[in-house]
Design a protein around this ligand. Sequence first.
Ligand SMILES: [Zn+2]
Length: 352
Amino acid sequence: MVRLTMAFTAALITLTLAGIQAQRQPAGTFHQGKAYRFNKVADGVYHAVGTGALSVVGNSSVIVNDNDVIVVDDHVSPAAAWVLLDELKDITNKPVRTVINTHFHYDHAHGNQIFDKDVAIIGHEFTRQMLMGGKSIEMPLYKSYVTGIPRQIEDLKKRIAAESDAARKANLQTQLQVAENNSASQAELKPTPPNVTLQTRMTLYRGDREIQIRFLGRAHTAGDVVVYLPKEKIVCTGDMLTSALSNMSDAFVDEWSKTLEELKKLDFVTVLPGHGDAFTDRAKIDYFQAYLRDVWDQVSRLKQQGVSAEEAAKRADLTKHREHFPGIQAPGVPLIGVTRIYELLDGTVRRD
Ligand SMILES: [Zn+2]
């Protein structure tokens, strides 16, 4: 049954991709009409970034070895992962033999189910527990993502109708196809946990390449792992460190900064984050640590004063971090993060 469903999904994607393929451009140029752009970071190492402003797919990292491919994070849906595999053919015809989930969130692990049983899906023990327990679909962010898809589709249709530039229109059409596939794909979704787990550390060797999978402490979730290539001096950080602010719905806000301190001990030059573009400026880690400490302190103080979470979410003022995080437009922080901090302060979050 699962096989049939997957075959159906594959057929669906193939059909829609037929239209996309007609618009393909040479590799290395802006990938008009494609869902992913593969930014080469080192020999055989790519940061696969979703194209288009409305993309909700986040990023994967792709490590092409002598005989196989490792994919770090596999996206919001089986459909998005199928598209990734298809577009991967532009850079390699080697098989994906290993997937690594940086954490359990839907936008990083809901593609797991499309892989054959002999593909190793590696993640932290906690990531497995969460995916087994259905936690990725209980997330408020997942729910709002799913309910937002129809609106996104309508919006894209309107923008396509109004767009006169052919290249931009093609890009919007791809976004629409991905959104429609994601929508259809939710019915097929079967959150699939890692089949290989680790607690603190695991190293894969592929030819000359060393791939370390490291748990450095609780941060964005209780089970974030980073993928570290010591020779290439590259680290894939998932949502523990993105190019902007990460959501805090499952975070250990008070421990996050310490975990980032552990990250700093690794000898890397390039960060491939789970959202946003790759970067080399290590000072971004300091900025994010300062933000995390500030949000924790402010919200803790407000809670001590007896302020409700809703009110604290309005009052906490992080605008002084705006220079480094332009997304901060005005005072206030997302309620979901404040609620989490309140839970952490109340001691209702398991830390064992
Ligand atoms: Zn996440």
